[in-house]
Design a protein around this ligand. Structure first.
Ligand code: 6GU
Length: 311
């Protein structure tokens, strides 16, 4: 059964507004910062930080390398655009219910946010998308959603929510255009960005080789353990959504499974046989690439804000 949705926003909105000056009270863009990408806060001006523990209804994120606060500030040139950024997010694998995972997005909507930009770290399943690429997500495959783990399960919490939310238009074309225009303005090489489909898995385990092969064959380009619950809630709240996945590693997909029988047979016959090395993904490598590419991700988001201001 789904966990009960949080429907009382009053205390949360009051707690937040009471800590903000007038000009930060109506953020226009909401940003969710993934693994190692919280450095975005450095590009904000007149920043106000509110720790999650001081916000009623918010959980506490527990992943190493993730912060736990909302940052409000002005982003972009000139007067700047008021924005709110989540430094650290909640994942189902930490034990948070899906309603807790998506609560901050619903709060953002009620603060006046219109556009949400979500970043995450992901593994690449596509040989044409190398480590370090930023993938602008154009679609998703969410096996948990298809099998009963969906943040929108349960009674409707607002008459403004459609009962059956379409997702064919989940990823905003205007926002995706702005990201590519921003990359051009920043003179990023063509190879810096790619477009692709995100597979959401619950984690916390990384994929087995067979699971990686499966996700690739059904059409996913990258895989990760976050973002999709927030995308669904944002769409339900009628927000425009863009997602950028930073590829931090390749998913281990050997062409052929290692045959221990063949190795033993070769050993008995006194023949040499090649033993493929065992590869494993590490959270440290994920954080390291995040650190290296955080600057580019930061500039992209800032440039998107600039382009929005110019519109
Ligand atoms: Cl390889 N898999 C998943 N599920 N999430 C990731 C990842 C891989 N790399 C970064 N995040």
């Amino acid at each position: 059964a789904p966990d009960a949705a949080i429907t009382n926003f009053g205390p949360t909105l009051e707690a937040i507004r009471s800590k903000l000056p007038e000009k930060l009270q109506n953020p226009q863009i909401g940003i969710i910062c993934g693994s190692g990408l919280s450095g975005l806060v450095d590009t904000l001006r007149e920043v106000e930080i509110i720790q999650y523990e001081d916000i009623p209804g918010f959980g506490k994120s527990t992943v190493l390398g993730h912060k736990s606060a909302l940052a409000f500030g002005l982003l972009g040139s000139g007067d700047g655009l008021p924005v709110v950024a989540m430094l650290g997010r909640f994942h189902p694998y930490e034990g948070h219910g899906l309603s807790t995972v998506v609560f901050p997005v619903r709060v953002m909507a009620r603060l006046g946010v219109k556009d949400v930009i979500i970043t995450n770290a992901a593994g690449s399943l596509n040989p044409d998308i190398p480590v370090g690429t930023i993938v602008v997500i154009n679609d998703h495959i969410a096996l948990p959603n298809l099998t009963g783990m969906n943040p929108l399960l349960g009674p409707q919490t607002s008459p403004d929510h459609p009962r059956f939310l379409p997702l064919s238009d989940a990823y905003s074309v205007p926002l995706r255009r702005l990201i590519f225009l921003a990359a051009n303005k920043l003179q990023l090489p063509q190879s810096a960005l790619a477009e692709g489909t995100y597979a959401w898995v619950s984690g916390p385990t990384y994929e087995t080789p067979a699971e990686g092969r499966f996700l690739r064959r059904v059409g996913a380009d990258v895989v990760g353990m976050s973002t999709i619950p927030e995308v669904l809630a944002a769409r339900e709240e009628r927000l425009n959504v863009a997602v950028m996945s930073l590829v931090t590693n390749f998913v281990v997909i050997p062409e052929k499974a290692r045959s221990i029988r063949a190795e033993v047979d070769a050993e008995i016959a006194g023949r040499e046989i090649e033993k493929p090395p065992v590869q494993v993904v590490s959270h440290e490598e994920v954080l390291e690439i995040g650190k290296q590419k955080a600057e580019v991700m930061k500039q992209l988001v800032q440039q998107v804000a600039d382009l929005k201001l110019a519109q």
